[in-house]
Design a protein around this ligand. Structure first.
Ligand SMILES: Nc1ncnc2c1ncn2[C@@H]1O[C@H](COP(=O)(O)OP(=O)(O)O)[C@@H](O)[C@H]1O
Ligand SMILES: [Mg+2]
Length: 255
């Protein structure tokens, strides 16, 4: 298996009021193609900072990040923007949908941006419609983003994040604002997207979400303190077993 993401000695330091806050401390890890990795850890431990630093949302203070063979840290702003558009998907809370576009137009926008000037709109629209069908949100295609439920909006965000067939999908608390049943629906889709070949790295504090992943990294005070490997959902779909195993491990980690 090839590497989807490689991180070497990643450091991130924030300076606030002249005080240095070393949030990420020499983090190194690799994610193989096809993995679905959850990052867990206490609030403030650096999970979001890690996700932003490895996905090009933010520049690390030191260290290297590779998406496949491309070193992110060496890219110009323009190349980084292209890379993010063409090869990476994002489900981040602060990446809001645009208010002046309906749900469908929001979903296809990244594809229009990627294929600028080319006459591929019909193809893009039909792919967007297909994704909406898969995630059962066809009936809200023409709705404003204020006219849908939280679960529907999150499924629309998933459609948008995969419209350009990314190699790797990054998600920060993708179910954080959802009730249990919407959360289950969203995770079902995330697992399916992963089974169809997209590598996923997500941050969550929800054990039920992490238990669906193939590996869990535990981060504490800016360092990776441990990792747990689980079989894929295809290999072992007994959710209770998975949650038990994860629960024991998290207790060991001091969760
Ligand atoms: N933009 C920022 N500027 C300054 N400090 C930040 C910034 N973002 C995060 N931090 C600090 O980094 C630490 C880790 O934050 P974060 O990565 O959001 O934690 P988590 O996602 O694990 O809850 C916290 O101490 C937070 O205050
Ligand atoms: Mg966070």
């Amino acid at each position: 298996m090839a590497q989807a993401l490689r991180v070497e000695d990643l450091c991130k330091t924030y300076i606030v009021n002249k005080r240095q806050n070393n949030v990420l401390k020499n983090i190194s890890f690799t994610i193989e193609e096809g993995e679905m990795v959850a990052v867990m850890g206490p609030s403030g431990s650096g999970k979001s900072t890690l996700l932003y630093s490895v996905s090009g949302m933010d520049r690390p203070t030191a260290g290297k990040v590779y998406i496949k063979d491309t070193e992110l840290t060496g890219l110009s702003e323009k190349d980084m923007a292209n890379m993010r558009l063409a090869r990476m998907g994002f489900i981040f809370q602060q990446m809001h949908m645009l208010k002046n576009l309906n749900i469908m137009d929001n979903i296809v926008l990244p594809a229009y941006q990627l294929h600028k000037g080319k006459t591929e709109r019909e193809k893009i629209d039909s792919y967007g419609a297909k994704l909406m069908r898969k995630l059962s949100i066809t009936d809200i295609a023409k709705n404003d983003i204020t006219e849908v439920s939280g679960g529907q909006l999150q499924r629309a965000c998933i459609c948008r994040s995969i419209i350009n067939n990314p190699d790797i999908l990054f998600a920060d608390e993708p179910t954080g604002a959802l009730n249990r049943s919407s959360s289950e629906d969203v995770m079902k889709e995330m697992v399916r997207i992963n089974e169809e070949g997209t590598t996923i790295m997500l941050v969550t504090h929800d054990m039920k979400v992490a238990a669906k992943c193939t590996r869990i990294l535990y981060i504490l005070d800016g360092k990776i303190e441990g990792e747990l490997t689980l079989p894929s959902m295809k290999e072992s779909s007994n959710v209770r077993d998975r949650e038990n195993q994860l629960n024991h491990w998290l207790i060991d980690m001091g969760w």
